[in-house]
Design a protein around this ligand. Structure first.
Ligand SMILES: Nc1ncnc2c1ncn2[C@@H]1O[C@H](COP(=O)(O)OP(=O)(O)OP(=O)(O)O)[C@@H](O)[C@H]1O
Length: 237
């Protein structure tokens, strides 16, 4: 089942075409990587999917709801961490989670899965300012999961994480997607990590998607994701 679809999405800012006719779709339970150099348009795409900015043309459909027709319903299916996770440093991890639950009208009992599986159970009552970056990332993901969204969007989630944190996050994302059927859309510059985590990837350059392929196919045809990326990005056009 398709959870996210972008159809002919174009975004123009100050007469500059930032996104040029983007088409992509992501299926339920899939981990989808969104790759491209600085300025390619990844964050702009994510801001459009999460309803923060509007495209000039095209349609975004999330869990069968068109964003242009019912924005609130469409984005109720999305949990996102765009740029830095917004956490209250001076509150505990558990209190951060409870605030999100209150805002989204989610009952405390419905947080059990997140508390048991996403957060560090031994550190629930510690202030977030004492957390490591990896623990903050897990808490931010936990907060994004409140209300059980179908689609989780992560913008550069491994930025600044140490190798253990990266492996921990990779295992968590795989568990959420492949066992819990959550759909994950993530942007990153860390190609080896994307290779180890994602099922499919799209390559974005100058606001255009050059190609979308399964990671397995890339590994069979091109050796590594990094080799594929470099050859695609260095091509003219
Ligand atoms: N509000 C804005 N006004 C003018 N230009 C903008 C605006 N937002 C984005 N851009 C431009 O759009 C292009 C795409 O930016 P975007 O942040 O989406 O790229 P990105 O792929 O996320 O890059 P990075 O990897 O550095 O995060 C860039 O050239 C950027 O300067």
């Amino acid at each position: 089942m398709m959870i996210l679809n972008l159809s002919n999405v174009t975004k123009i800012i100050s007469k500059k075409t930032i996104l040029d006719n983007i088409n992509l779709s992501v299926n339920e339970g899939e981990i989808f990587g969104f790759l491209g150099p600085n300025g390619a348009g990844k964050t702009t795409t994510i801001k459009i999917i999460t309803g923060l900015i509007k495209p000039n043309s095209g349609e975004i459909t999330i869990n069968n709801v068109k964003l242009s027709e019912n924005k609130l319903k469409a984005i109720s299916n999305v949990g996102a961490i765009v740029e830095n996770p917004a956490l209250y440093d001076y509150l505990t991890g558990l209190d951060n989670l409870k605030i999100v639950a209150k805002l989204r009208n989610v009952k405390k009992n419905d947080l059990d899965y997140i508390i048991e599986n996403i957060l560090d159970k031994n550190r629930l009552n510690d202030k977030v300012k004492k957390y490591s970056l990896g623990m903050k990332e897990r808490l931010a993901i936990g907060c994004a999961m409140v209300g059980n969204p179908k689609l989780l969007i992560l913008d550069e989630p491994t930025n600044g994480l140490d190798p253990e944190g990266i492996i921990d996050l990779r295992n968590l994302l795989k568990h959420l997607a492949h066992d819990k059927k959550m759909t994950i859309f993530l942007s990153s510059h860390q190609l080896s990590e994307i290779q180890n985590t994602c099922d499919r990837v799209a390559f974005l350059k100058n606001g255009k998607i050059i190609t979308t392929e399964s990671v397995d196919d890339i590994l069979k045809m091109d050796g590594t994701l990094e080799e594929k990326y470099i050859s695609l990005m260095n091509k003219e056009g």
